[in-house]
Design a protein around this ligand. Structure first.
Ligand SMILES: [Zn+2]
Ligand SMILES: [Zn+2]
Length: 227
């Protein structure tokens, strides 16, 4: 359900996100098919602390021994294994989240993840060259307060849930169905455009050309349904 990405560097790989709970073995088998072992992962970047991105983080981190990097705004959630659901951005998803928030125990059980203490916490853009990767990390808030994107010099952007593209028949990309702030999401899209990004790699769905981002029709009203 969640794409994770491996970016090659001079001495190993950068892993972007860790997928839902229970996927560490599938992940290890998958990368073995490419001749990659868990120990070759040198850094794990968490785009944001939602269950479908950090569910297998603890297990993958243990196998790889790689340091974990996260935005400061979500480091506490990661340390505590705290489940947070973002508000819906559409009527249907808003209803879904209202329902979920009435059943906190169920939410906690369904979306739980093992806590992880991050090794590096950031609040500002970070050059990954010293880590051996030709890439930069940018704060791109909106889906969550601490959402991060990884950008390469060739114009690739790995954006977590800042945009999604999973509808069949080429319909999409589209607005993330869940998110903290429409205004901030739109601002972060502009940040990506300003950086000359050409291809967006979402965590949910297929990669798409960045020029498709402005075609969204976005209501101006800020989401009031915060959980
Ligand atoms: Zn998310
Ligand atoms: Zn997600």
């Amino acid at each position: 359900m969640t794409h994770v990405y491996l970016l090659p560097g001079t001495a190993g790989y950068l892993l972007i996100d860790a997928g839902p709970r229970g996927c560490a073995e599938i992940f290890a088998r998958s990368i073995r098919r490419y001749g990659i072992s868990s120990r070759q992962i040198r850094l794990i970047l968490v785009t944001h602390v939602h269950f479908d991105h950090v569910g297998s983080l603890q297990a993958i981190q243990e196998k790889s021994g790689a340091p974990v990097l996260v935005h400061q705004a979500e480091a506490g959630l990661l340390c505590q294994g705290k489940v947070v659901l973002p508000p819906g951005t559409q009527p249907l998803t808003r209803r879904l989240i209202r329902f979920a928030n009435r059943h906190p125990r169920l939410v906690k059980r369904l979306f739980r993840f093992d806590p992880v203490s991050p090794d590096r916490v950031i609040t500002a853009p970070l050059d990954l060259t010293p880590f051996g990767f030709d890439a930069r990390v940018l704060p791109t808030p909106g889906h969550t307060a601490g959402s991060l994107s990884v950008i390469t010099p060739s114009g690739q952007a790995f954006v977590g849930d800042l945009a999604v593209n999973y509808l069949p028949g080429g319909r999409g990309p589209f607005w993330p169905p869940f998110g903290d702030s429409r205004r901030l999401i739109r601002g972060s899209w502009q940040t990506l455009r300003n950086q000359g990004v050409t291809t967006i790699y979402p965590a949910h769905g297929r990669p798409f050309k960045a020029e498709k981002l402005p075609q969204f029709s976005i209501p101006e009203v800020e989401n009031k349904n915060r959980s």
